[in-house]
Design a protein around this ligand. Structure first.
Ligand SMILES: *Cc1c(COP(=O)(O)O)cnc(C)c1O
Length: 355
């Protein structure tokens, strides 16, 4: 069945191993984040084989699936939990990120019921505007969380780059460390974990700019894709071809570069714009927005192919510049960026081939 994604486990292993060494040498422990591949068990096992001991995912279902597949690791829930899933959090999770006292208290209650203490990393928003207590209020809120019975607040963490696109820096990492010191001074309790970042924080290690004391990174994209979308870069020392998509051509025709007729909006409510380049040789691949994101779908073998656009189930490519004579039925291979990997693994229409 096409489309297919090929998963090269050895390449993922290489990336994981490389990043694990890089971070460990800097006193930073890695949480291997599996959400972009929907916690595909072979990939999760590869993370563990590479030396990663904590696996992180946003979805309880994914964590449960890894446990059911016998993957031996500690598990971290990355998305701050819903009140309605706390019983499952207690059952399946070792660490959870939290940013609400109400959730922390309820978790404490539920924990008592199951007689199991969950380790909590309290999230602090140092500017990106996604989860976490705003930094000005962090010392008092986390100090209060440290009093809650039934949970163990082991540290603080932050998330950057994901909503506001804020780039991790020496300054905002230091801010997190200052908050940690204040909390420790305030409460007399030592926080053992400072979970500083995602793949977007790696440049601070590469450039030796990470302040001492940040001791955990939660890495997904850099291990699986070898990229860092926030900084728009390839992560040095990693490969980008661990996941490869293969899709089949269902039409090849000469067509104009500009549509014919009055232009409204496309299938996704976007207003397309076109440059007149005359007649072009265009192909349609049987893959679409439901399976990938065309802006992060990159031709692997033939760099002269240009990805133009996609609707739900059709991706349009321009073959005019290619040296090859493609025909209907041919398969084309692509490497994928983060958003495309996420969709490909979420789509049940994409066959996964583990190599
Ligand atoms: C997704 C996620 C990560 C991993 O980010 P990458 O960019 O894939 O490295 C880390 N932390 C949290 C809270 C996340 O949701």
């Amino acid at each position: 069945m096409y489309p297919k994604v090929y998963v090269y486990l050895e390449r993922i292993y290489e990336n994981a191993r490389y990043l694990n060494n890089l971070c460990n040498n800097y006193g930073v422990n890695i949480v291997g984040v599996t959400k972009v591949v929907c916690a595909e068990p072979h990939i999760a096992q590869t993370f563990v084989d590479s030396g990663i001991s904590i696996l992180g995912d946003s979805r309880i279902q994914n964590i449960k699936n890894m446990i059911d597949n016998g993957i031996k690791a500690e598990y971290m829930l990355l998305r701050i939990p819903m009140l309605s899933e706390l019983d499952n959090v207690v059952r399946f999770v070792d660490y959870t990120l939290i940013s609400e006292l109400k959730t922390a208290r309820t978790l404490g209650e539920v924990s008592k019921f199951f007689n199991k203490k969950i380790k909590v990393i309290y999230m602090v928003d140092i500017g990106d505007l996604r989860e976490g207590v705003w930094f000005d209020n962090a010392v008092s809120e986390v100090s209060e969380a440290l009093n809650i019975k039934g949970i163990e607040v082991v540290g603080i963490g932050t998330n950057l780059g994901c909503f506001g696109g804020v780039i991790p820096s020496k300054d905002n990492m230091q801010k997190l460390l200052d908050i940690k010191s204040e909390i420790e001074k305030n409460t007399g309790i030592i926080l053992s974990v400072v979970s500083g970042g995602t793949s977007a924080t790696l440049p601070l290690i590469e450039d030796k700019n990470l302040p001492k004391g940040i001791n955990q990174f939660r890495l997904g994209e850099s291990i699986i894709c070898g990229t860092d979308a926030t900084n728009r870069r390839i992560v040095p020392g990693t490969r980008q071809d661990a996941i490869v998509l293969e899709a089949e051509i269902v039409e090849i025709k000469e067509k104009p570069s500009v549509p014919y007729g009055k232009i409204g909006h496309d299938a996704f409510g976007r207003k397309p714009s076109f440059i007149d380049q005359g007649m072009r040789l265009k192909g349609i691949l049987a893959v679409g927005e439901q399976d990938i994101s065309p802006s992060t779908t990159y031709p692997l073998d033939d760099k002269d192919i240009e990805v133009l656009h996609a609707s739900s189930d059709h991706m349009i490519i321009d073959l005019t510049k290619s040296k090859f004579k493609y025909k209907v039925g041919d398969k084309i291979r692509f490497t994928l960026g983060y958003s495309s990997v996420l969709r490909a693994f979420t789509s049940s229409y994409v066959e996964k081939v583990i190599l």
